[in-house]
Write a new protein. Structure first.
Lengths: 208, 398
């Protein structure tokens, strides 16, 4: 059953495109499309430009896998930052959340998801092997990795992913810590307020 | 405790219902499929919704409501009078785009998480289908344990929820093992979630069954005129004493159930892990988790004989009645308050002795709601003591 079939093809195409976005169903997709149809032309052009640039100008940082326009990214290139302290997060948005706090002076590693067999995601689908390779490569440099902070969300999958990485790092010399509790269980790092996040970083617990 | 007012929107066949409920005995009369059972179900749903699987949630939306509204919702509200005062318990569910279902729980107008509903409203439900508890599939007995515990034990709700999520992920991983090589650590980290949570579920079930078994003995003697000695036996799926090879659903003797009492969480974690290890090859081959409380059993025995296997219909009915009355006493002890009793068409099918015994035991309850198709099945004095409602096509008349 395709309700958009009686619409002009250009409208139907946009609705279908919107409906593929996470959290957007057919009803919201129609609303967005009709909103743009009524809005001034500049509005649509701005959106179209932004969408084109999104893929054309951005890439993943070859070191931390955050989204960046320059490689390595600004955070990785920042000489004032402690390259021996790596905070491991699920998504690029988590980097922004921790950066807002301003109390963290290390660097990041973005996993791009969590282990979830139900969603077909295994360790090889995330940047876990890249993290291990990064630590190994840096070990011979003048600033070897000293500490890994596992800052995945306190969901079952987040905890599980942290536990898996911890097992993979068991043989290495780096110390591993987990972001302290105090974050709401099941809550997203992305939505944590700055005081909570700052305390969670300071109170992180060493796992070994 | 008792519910003073029940308010339903789009629940089953009720588009809208505002119903004042009195203390004491209420009889709801109506033909089949008019909505009397839905009233009991609404109270049971509100008391246990946090423990139920989400596929049940979707079934409670009033039929046809989706044609009327793009984002249909269901709302259940109860004014509950408890020992500690009056409280308002609310549960709302709204269908969103696609398969999304938004669920909101409020207690005294403040948003809460599911586990916070524990203890807010406590009910014991008697339905004709309960007789299947002894002889039906094991999942009905596990559902009984879950519904009882999740009304009084918040920690149980959390452990069961984590266990179920870890189980689903672990099963998905075992299925993936057919297609790709799996890192042993991938399985190990799920085991680390599965085992401690599964052990907590098993420990709490064990304690519940031990208490129910004790409470049920004198009740069952009364029900059977001293003829039967009832035993309720919890058979955990991983048992330190019973190697999996000889672990059959019907295990003779009570020896191991007694011993199981003495194990602590640490012993059980060891037993769970050992059993997982022993069945690892089989789990891989069958792509499913075979060890854990999702495979627990509960057996009923009268004078040593398994009632589910060999009992008569009458014996099965008595055992379930004893179990439910024991549940009432158990909840009273845990909550320090009387649970609400919901009896759907149950009195009619009981013989005079069982009926008398049931009425004796519910005498202390603050609120009992009974449904029936035929009021004439009760004697006049009983009807006199009750408040009467008639239900027809989802409308309740005084
Ligand atoms: Zn970078």
């Amino acid at each position: 059953m395709n309700k958009t079939s009686s619409l002009p093809p250009s409208v139907a195409r946009l609705i279908d495109a919107f409906a593929q976005l996470p959290g957007i169903g057919p009803k919201s997709a129609s609303r967005l499309a009709y909103h743009l149809l009524r809005a001034p032309l500049e509005h649509s052009m701005m959106l179209a430009d932004a969408l084109r640039d999104l893929k054309a100008r951005t890439k993943l940082c070859s070191r931390c896998y955050n989204i960046t326009e320059s490689d390595p990214c600004e955070i990785c290139m920042d000489e004032k930052r402690d390259q021996s302290l790596i905070c491991v997060v699920e998504e690029p948005l988590d980097v922004s959340a921790i950066e807002r706090v301003r109390s963290f002076n290390g660097v990041f590693h973005v996993l791009h998801g969590v282990i979830s067999p139900m969603n077909g995601l295994g360790p090889d689908d995330l940047k876990i092997n890249e993290l291990i390779a990064r630590i190994a490569k840096q070990a011979t440099s003048d600033e070897p990795v000293r500490e890994i902070i596992l800052a995945t969300n306190p969901t079952l999958e987040g905890e599980n992913t942290a536990a898996f990485i911890q097992r993979k790092l068991a043989a290495s010399k780096v110390s591993v810590s987990r972001l302290a509790r105090g974050l709401p269980v099941g809550g997203d790092l992305e939505y944590a307020d700055e005081v909570t996040l700052s305390r969670a970083l300071e109170g992180r617990q060493q796992l070994r | 405790m008792h519910v003073r007012h029940l308010s339903l929107t789009n629940f089953r066949l009720y588009a809208r219902l505002e119903l004042d409920l009195p203390m004491g005995l209420t009889i709801i009369q109506g033909d089949n499929a008019q909505g009397k059972t839905s009233l009991l179900e609404a109270l049971h749903f509100l008391a246990t919704a946090h423990s139920m699987h989400s596929n049940i949630d979707r079934q409670v939306f009033r039929w046809g409501v989706e044609e009327e509204s793009p984002y249909p919702f269901v709302m259940l509200k109860a004014d509950v009078q408890r020992r500690d005062g009056a409280h308002l318990v609310e549960l709302a569910m709204q269908k969103g785009d696609g398969t999304r279902l938004k669920k909101e729980i409020k207690v005294d107008r403040v948003s809460r998480r599911g586990a916070d509903l524990v203890g807010q409203l406590a009910v014991v439900l008697f339905v004709p289908g309960d007789v299947e508890l002894t002889a039906g599939p094991p999942s009905t007995r596990r559902d009984f344990l879950d519904a009882a515990l999740s009304q009084v034990d918040g920690a149980y709700v959390r452990h069961l929820d984590k266990f179920n999520k870890a189980l689903a992920q672990r099963n998905a991983l075992l299925r993936q093992a057919q297609e790709r090589r799996i890192d042993p650590d991938e399985l190990a980290v799920w085991d680390d979630q599965l085992v401690p949570n599964g052990v907590q579920v098993a420990l709490r079930r064990r304690d519940l069954v031990a208490q129910l078994a004790q409470l049920a003995v004198p009740i069952h003697r009364e029900l059977t005129s001293n003829l039967e000695y009832l035993q309720i036996v919890y058979q955990p799926n991983f048992d330190p004493d019973a190697p999996p090879a000889v672990h059959t659903p019907i295990q003779a003797g009570l020896g191991f159930a007694q011993a199981f009492e003495n194990y602590d969480a640490e012993d059980l974690e060891k037993a769970y892990r050992a059993t997982l290890k022993m069945r690892a090859v089989e789990e891989m081959a069958r792509s499913v988790t075979l060890v854990g409380p999702h495979r627990d059993e509960l057996r009923f025995k009268a004078n040593g004989m398994d009632i589910g296997e060999f009992g008569s219909r009458g014996q099965q009915r008595s055992a379930v009645l004893s179990l439910k009355l024991a549940q009432v006493a158990w909840m009273r002890g845990r909550l320090g308050d009387e649970p609400i009793l919901l009896l759907d068409e149950v009195l009619a099918e009981l013989d005079p002795n069982r009926r008398r015994c049931l009425l004796n035991h519910i005498g202390s309850s603050h609120q009992t709601i009974i449904t029936t198709t035929d009021i004439n099945r009760f004697d006049a004095a009983f009807v006199q003591s009750a408040t009467l409602f008639n239900v027809h096509s989802g409308i309740v008349h005084n």
